[in-house]
Design a protein around this ligand. Structure first.
Ligand SMILES: [Mg+2]
Length: 308
Protein backbone atom coordinates (compact mmCIF):
# COMPACT_ATOMS: atom_id res chain seq x y z
CA UNK A 1 0.00 0.00 0.00
CA UNK A 2 2.88 2.39 0.74
CA UNK A 3 4.22 1.94 -2.73
CA UNK A 4 0.78 2.49 -4.12
CA UNK A 5 0.35 5.77 -2.18
CA UNK A 6 3.76 7.05 -3.26
CA UNK A 7 3.03 6.08 -6.83
CA UNK A 8 -0.35 7.75 -6.75
CA UNK A 9 1.06 10.97 -5.25
CA UNK A 10 3.95 11.24 -7.68
CA UNK A 11 1.80 10.57 -10.71
CA UNK A 12 -1.25 12.57 -9.74
CA UNK A 13 -2.45 14.60 -12.73
CA UNK A 14 -1.71 18.29 -12.37
CA UNK A 15 -5.31 19.35 -13.02
CA UNK A 16 -8.80 18.36 -11.93
CA UNK A 17 -10.64 20.66 -14.26
CA UNK A 18 -10.35 22.42 -17.61
CA UNK A 19 -12.24 25.73 -17.63
CA UNK A 20 -13.04 27.13 -21.07
CA UNK A 21 -14.16 30.53 -22.24
CA UNK A 22 -16.58 30.12 -25.16
CA UNK A 23 -16.55 32.95 -27.69
CA UNK A 24 -13.40 33.27 -29.79
CA UNK A 25 -11.84 30.48 -27.73
CA UNK A 26 -13.77 27.38 -28.85
CA UNK A 27 -14.20 28.84 -32.34
CA UNK A 28 -12.01 31.34 -34.20
CA UNK A 29 -12.45 35.11 -34.20
CA UNK A 30 -12.71 34.92 -37.98
CA UNK A 31 -16.25 33.45 -37.66
CA UNK A 32 -17.46 37.03 -37.36
CA UNK A 33 -19.60 36.48 -34.27
CA UNK A 34 -17.66 38.98 -32.13
CA UNK A 35 -17.79 41.66 -34.80
CA UNK A 36 -21.54 41.28 -35.26
CA UNK A 37 -22.04 41.24 -31.49
CA UNK A 38 -20.12 44.50 -31.11
CA UNK A 39 -22.25 46.07 -33.81
CA UNK A 40 -25.47 44.91 -32.15
CA UNK A 41 -24.38 46.33 -28.80
CA UNK A 42 -23.84 49.72 -30.42
CA UNK A 43 -27.25 49.52 -32.09
CA UNK A 44 -28.83 48.70 -28.74
CA UNK A 45 -27.21 51.77 -27.19
CA UNK A 46 -28.68 54.00 -29.89
CA UNK A 47 -32.07 52.37 -30.41
CA UNK A 48 -32.97 51.30 -26.89
CA UNK A 49 -31.04 53.65 -24.65
CA UNK A 50 -31.25 56.73 -26.83
CA UNK A 51 -27.51 57.48 -26.79
CA UNK A 52 -26.25 59.80 -29.53
CA UNK A 53 -24.72 57.82 -32.36
CA UNK A 54 -21.65 60.06 -32.58
CA UNK A 55 -20.69 59.11 -29.01
CA UNK A 56 -21.15 55.37 -29.38
CA UNK A 57 -17.66 54.26 -30.43
CA UNK A 58 -15.84 56.19 -27.72
CA UNK A 59 -18.41 55.35 -25.08
CA UNK A 60 -18.49 51.62 -25.76
CA UNK A 61 -14.67 51.49 -25.81
CA UNK A 62 -14.44 53.25 -22.45
CA UNK A 63 -17.10 51.04 -20.90
CA UNK A 64 -15.58 47.82 -22.19
CA UNK A 65 -12.12 48.86 -21.04
CA UNK A 66 -13.17 49.96 -17.57
CA UNK A 67 -15.93 47.50 -16.73
CA UNK A 68 -15.15 44.24 -18.55
CA UNK A 69 -18.28 44.33 -20.69
CA UNK A 70 -20.16 47.23 -22.25
CA UNK A 71 -23.27 46.00 -20.47
CA UNK A 72 -21.60 46.18 -17.06
CA UNK A 73 -20.40 49.69 -17.91
CA UNK A 74 -23.82 50.87 -19.05
CA UNK A 75 -25.31 49.77 -15.74
CA UNK A 76 -22.48 51.45 -13.82
CA UNK A 77 -22.97 54.86 -15.40
CA UNK A 78 -26.69 54.82 -14.73
CA UNK A 79 -28.59 53.09 -17.53
CA UNK A 80 -31.17 50.59 -16.45
CA UNK A 81 -32.53 47.95 -18.78
CA UNK A 82 -33.77 44.42 -18.84
CA UNK A 83 -30.89 41.96 -19.01
CA UNK A 84 -32.79 39.41 -21.07
CA UNK A 85 -33.89 42.04 -23.55
CA UNK A 86 -30.30 43.25 -23.87
CA UNK A 87 -28.95 39.75 -24.43
CA UNK A 88 -31.62 38.78 -26.93
CA UNK A 89 -31.05 42.03 -28.84
CA UNK A 90 -27.27 41.65 -29.08
CA UNK A 91 -27.23 37.89 -29.62
CA UNK A 92 -30.53 37.33 -31.41
CA UNK A 93 -29.28 38.35 -34.85
CA UNK A 94 -25.78 36.90 -34.72
CA UNK A 95 -24.62 34.90 -37.76
CA UNK A 96 -24.83 31.56 -35.92
CA UNK A 97 -24.78 29.84 -39.29
CA UNK A 98 -21.04 30.64 -39.36
CA UNK A 99 -20.52 28.18 -36.50
CA UNK A 100 -20.16 24.65 -37.87
CA UNK A 101 -19.93 21.32 -36.07
CA UNK A 102 -16.31 20.89 -34.98
CA UNK A 103 -15.64 17.15 -34.77
CA UNK A 104 -11.89 17.67 -34.27
CA UNK A 105 -12.47 19.71 -31.13
CA UNK A 106 -15.27 17.43 -30.01
CA UNK A 107 -12.96 14.39 -30.16
CA UNK A 108 -10.20 16.27 -28.34
CA UNK A 109 -12.54 17.26 -25.54
CA UNK A 110 -14.10 13.83 -25.19
CA UNK A 111 -10.67 12.23 -24.95
CA UNK A 112 -9.73 14.35 -21.93
CA UNK A 113 -10.90 12.69 -18.69
CA UNK A 114 -11.11 15.83 -16.59
CA UNK A 115 -13.99 17.94 -15.40
CA UNK A 116 -14.70 20.40 -18.22
CA UNK A 117 -16.71 23.59 -17.76
CA UNK A 118 -17.65 26.64 -19.82
CA UNK A 119 -17.09 30.04 -18.21
CA UNK A 120 -18.54 32.88 -20.28
CA UNK A 121 -19.75 36.44 -19.73
CA UNK A 122 -22.54 35.75 -22.23
CA UNK A 123 -26.03 34.62 -21.30
CA UNK A 124 -27.15 31.01 -21.22
CA UNK A 125 -29.25 31.18 -24.39
CA UNK A 126 -26.25 32.28 -26.42
CA UNK A 127 -23.90 29.76 -24.81
CA UNK A 128 -26.24 26.84 -25.44
CA UNK A 129 -26.95 27.94 -29.00
CA UNK A 130 -23.26 28.36 -29.85
CA UNK A 131 -22.33 25.01 -28.27
CA UNK A 132 -25.13 23.30 -30.20
CA UNK A 133 -23.97 24.82 -33.46
CA UNK A 134 -20.42 23.61 -32.74
CA UNK A 135 -21.70 20.14 -31.85
CA UNK A 136 -20.13 20.42 -28.37
CA UNK A 137 -23.26 20.57 -26.24
CA UNK A 138 -22.52 17.31 -24.41
CA UNK A 139 -18.79 17.85 -23.92
CA UNK A 140 -19.12 19.93 -20.75
CA UNK A 141 -20.35 19.31 -17.26
CA UNK A 142 -21.86 22.76 -17.01
CA UNK A 143 -22.00 26.36 -18.14
CA UNK A 144 -21.06 29.21 -15.83
CA UNK A 145 -22.62 32.19 -17.57
CA UNK A 146 -24.04 35.66 -16.97
CA UNK A 147 -27.06 34.36 -15.07
CA UNK A 148 -24.89 32.16 -12.85
CA UNK A 149 -22.88 35.10 -11.56
CA UNK A 150 -25.75 37.59 -11.63
CA UNK A 151 -28.87 35.90 -10.29
CA UNK A 152 -31.35 38.71 -10.39
CA UNK A 153 -33.17 38.03 -7.16
CA UNK A 154 -30.06 38.46 -5.06
CA UNK A 155 -27.94 41.54 -4.61
CA UNK A 156 -24.87 39.50 -3.87
CA UNK A 157 -24.70 35.84 -4.77
CA UNK A 158 -21.57 35.26 -2.69
CA UNK A 159 -23.63 35.82 0.46
CA UNK A 160 -25.62 32.72 -0.28
CA UNK A 161 -23.97 29.78 1.43
CA UNK A 162 -26.35 27.39 -0.29
CA UNK A 163 -24.56 28.03 -3.56
CA UNK A 164 -21.40 26.33 -2.44
CA UNK A 165 -22.37 22.88 -3.60
CA UNK A 166 -25.12 24.00 -5.90
CA UNK A 167 -25.03 22.44 -9.34
CA UNK A 168 -27.63 24.84 -10.59
CA UNK A 169 -24.88 26.66 -12.49
CA UNK A 170 -25.43 24.14 -15.23
CA UNK A 171 -28.79 25.66 -16.02
CA UNK A 172 -28.60 29.03 -14.33
CA UNK A 173 -32.37 28.98 -13.90
CA UNK A 174 -32.28 30.77 -10.57
CA UNK A 175 -32.37 34.03 -12.41
CA UNK A 176 -35.95 33.79 -13.55
CA UNK A 177 -37.32 33.99 -10.01
CA UNK A 178 -37.72 37.74 -9.90
CA UNK A 179 -37.09 39.21 -13.28
CA UNK A 180 -39.49 42.08 -12.56
CA UNK A 181 -36.98 43.66 -10.19
CA UNK A 182 -35.13 44.93 -13.16
CA UNK A 183 -38.02 45.78 -15.41
CA UNK A 184 -39.08 48.99 -13.79
CA UNK A 185 -37.24 51.28 -16.11
CA UNK A 186 -38.45 49.76 -19.35
CA UNK A 187 -35.06 50.13 -20.99
CA UNK A 188 -35.04 53.91 -20.79
CA UNK A 189 -32.21 56.01 -19.47
CA UNK A 190 -32.14 57.53 -16.05
CA UNK A 191 -31.77 61.27 -15.58
CA UNK A 192 -28.52 60.76 -13.67
CA UNK A 193 -26.09 59.36 -16.19
CA UNK A 194 -22.41 59.60 -15.29
CA UNK A 195 -20.60 61.23 -18.22
CA UNK A 196 -17.63 58.90 -18.55
CA UNK A 197 -16.43 60.54 -21.77
CA UNK A 198 -16.18 63.91 -20.02
CA UNK A 199 -14.57 62.19 -17.03
CA UNK A 200 -11.70 60.83 -19.12
CA UNK A 201 -11.41 64.07 -21.10
CA UNK A 202 -10.18 65.80 -17.93
CA UNK A 203 -6.49 66.52 -17.56
CA UNK A 204 -6.09 64.23 -14.56
CA UNK A 205 -9.17 62.02 -14.28
CA UNK A 206 -9.58 60.44 -10.89
CA UNK A 207 -9.79 56.69 -10.70
CA UNK A 208 -13.10 56.97 -8.87
CA UNK A 209 -15.64 55.54 -11.27
CA UNK A 210 -19.16 54.46 -10.37
CA UNK A 211 -19.37 50.78 -9.52
CA UNK A 212 -21.27 48.26 -11.60
CA UNK A 213 -23.71 45.80 -10.06
CA UNK A 214 -22.78 43.24 -12.75
CA UNK A 215 -20.21 40.54 -12.00
CA UNK A 216 -18.18 39.53 -15.05
CA UNK A 217 -14.69 38.67 -16.25
CA UNK A 218 -12.08 40.08 -15.98
CA UNK A 219 -12.87 40.96 -12.37
CA UNK A 220 -11.06 38.70 -9.96
CA UNK A 221 -14.25 38.58 -7.95
CA UNK A 222 -16.08 37.03 -10.93
CA UNK A 223 -13.43 34.37 -11.39
CA UNK A 224 -13.29 33.55 -7.70
CA UNK A 225 -17.07 33.30 -7.59
CA UNK A 226 -17.09 30.96 -10.59
CA UNK A 227 -14.46 28.77 -8.89
CA UNK A 228 -16.50 28.70 -5.71
CA UNK A 229 -19.77 27.81 -7.43
CA UNK A 230 -18.12 24.98 -9.38
CA UNK A 231 -16.08 23.91 -6.36
CA UNK A 232 -12.75 24.26 -8.15
CA UNK A 233 -9.26 24.57 -6.71
CA UNK A 234 -7.52 27.33 -8.73
CA UNK A 235 -4.18 25.53 -8.35
CA UNK A 236 -5.66 22.47 -10.08
CA UNK A 237 -7.60 24.22 -12.84
CA UNK A 238 -6.41 25.06 -16.34
CA UNK A 239 -8.12 28.13 -17.82
CA UNK A 240 -8.52 28.64 -21.59
CA UNK A 241 -9.23 32.15 -22.88
CA UNK A 242 -8.76 34.36 -25.93
CA UNK A 243 -8.72 37.57 -23.86
CA UNK A 244 -5.33 38.63 -22.49
CA UNK A 245 -6.87 40.63 -19.67
CA UNK A 246 -9.01 37.66 -18.61
CA UNK A 247 -5.91 35.47 -18.71
CA UNK A 248 -4.07 37.93 -16.49
CA UNK A 249 -6.96 38.08 -14.04
CA UNK A 250 -7.05 34.27 -14.00
CA UNK A 251 -3.34 34.18 -13.27
CA UNK A 252 -3.80 36.60 -10.36
CA UNK A 253 -6.30 34.25 -8.72
CA UNK A 254 -3.92 31.31 -9.12
CA UNK A 255 -5.09 29.53 -12.28
CA UNK A 256 -2.78 28.03 -14.86
CA UNK A 257 -3.62 29.69 -18.15
CA UNK A 258 -3.79 28.98 -21.87
CA UNK A 259 -4.14 31.94 -24.22
CA UNK A 260 -6.05 30.83 -27.32
CA UNK A 261 -6.03 32.56 -30.71
CA UNK A 262 -2.38 33.52 -30.94
CA UNK A 263 0.92 31.71 -30.72
CA UNK A 264 2.50 34.82 -29.16
CA UNK A 265 3.03 34.27 -25.47
CA UNK A 266 1.53 37.11 -23.41
CA UNK A 267 2.20 38.11 -19.81
CA UNK A 268 0.09 35.90 -17.55
CA UNK A 269 -0.21 33.08 -20.08
CA UNK A 270 1.48 29.77 -19.25
CA UNK A 271 0.74 28.50 -22.77
CA UNK A 272 -0.34 30.05 -26.06
CA UNK A 273 -2.24 28.31 -28.85
CA UNK A 274 -2.97 29.69 -32.29
CA UNK A 275 -6.09 27.51 -32.26
CA UNK A 276 -7.77 25.27 -29.69
CA UNK A 277 -7.15 22.52 -32.25
CA UNK A 278 -3.44 22.67 -31.31
CA UNK A 279 -4.17 21.49 -27.79
CA UNK A 280 -2.66 18.02 -28.10
CA UNK A 281 0.59 19.30 -29.62
CA UNK A 282 0.97 22.10 -27.05
CA UNK A 283 -0.07 20.18 -23.93
CA UNK A 284 0.52 16.45 -24.55
CA UNK A 285 0.94 16.01 -20.79
CA UNK A 286 -2.81 16.43 -20.37
CA UNK A 287 -3.22 13.05 -22.03
CA UNK A 288 -0.09 11.39 -20.64
CA UNK A 289 -0.95 12.09 -17.02
CA UNK A 290 -4.57 11.29 -17.71
CA UNK A 291 -3.48 7.85 -18.90
CA UNK A 292 -1.53 7.34 -15.67
CA UNK A 293 -4.60 8.49 -13.76
CA UNK A 294 -6.68 5.78 -15.40
CA UNK A 295 -3.98 3.17 -14.76
CA UNK A 296 -3.72 4.12 -11.08
CA UNK A 297 -7.50 4.02 -10.78
CA UNK A 298 -7.52 0.56 -12.34
CA UNK A 299 -4.66 -0.61 -10.06
CA UNK A 300 -6.34 0.74 -6.93
CA UNK A 301 -9.60 -0.79 -8.06
CA UNK A 302 -8.01 -4.24 -8.38
CA UNK A 303 -6.25 -3.89 -5.02
CA UNK A 304 -9.48 -2.87 -3.30
CA UNK A 305 -11.48 -5.69 -4.79
CA UNK A 306 -8.82 -8.22 -3.69
CA UNK A 307 -8.68 -7.01 -0.08
CA UNK A 308 -12.41 -6.50 0.29
MG1 LIG B 1 -13.78 35.09 -25.47
Amino acid sequence: MEYENRFRQAQRPKYDCLLFDLDDTLYPLSCGIAKACGQNIKEYMVEKLGIERRKIDELSNLLYKNYGTTMAGLRAIGYDFDYDEYHSYVHGRLPYENLKPDTVLRNLLLSLPYRKLIFTNADKVHAVKALNRLGLEDCFEGIICFETLNPIHKSNVSDDDDDENDIDFIGGSRRSINQTENNNNGGGSSSKIFDIIAHFAQMNPSSNLPKTPIICKPSENAIQLALKIANLDPQRTLFFEDSVRNIQAGKRVGLDTVLVGTSQRAKGADYSLESIHNLREALPELWELADVKSEVAAYVGVETSVTA
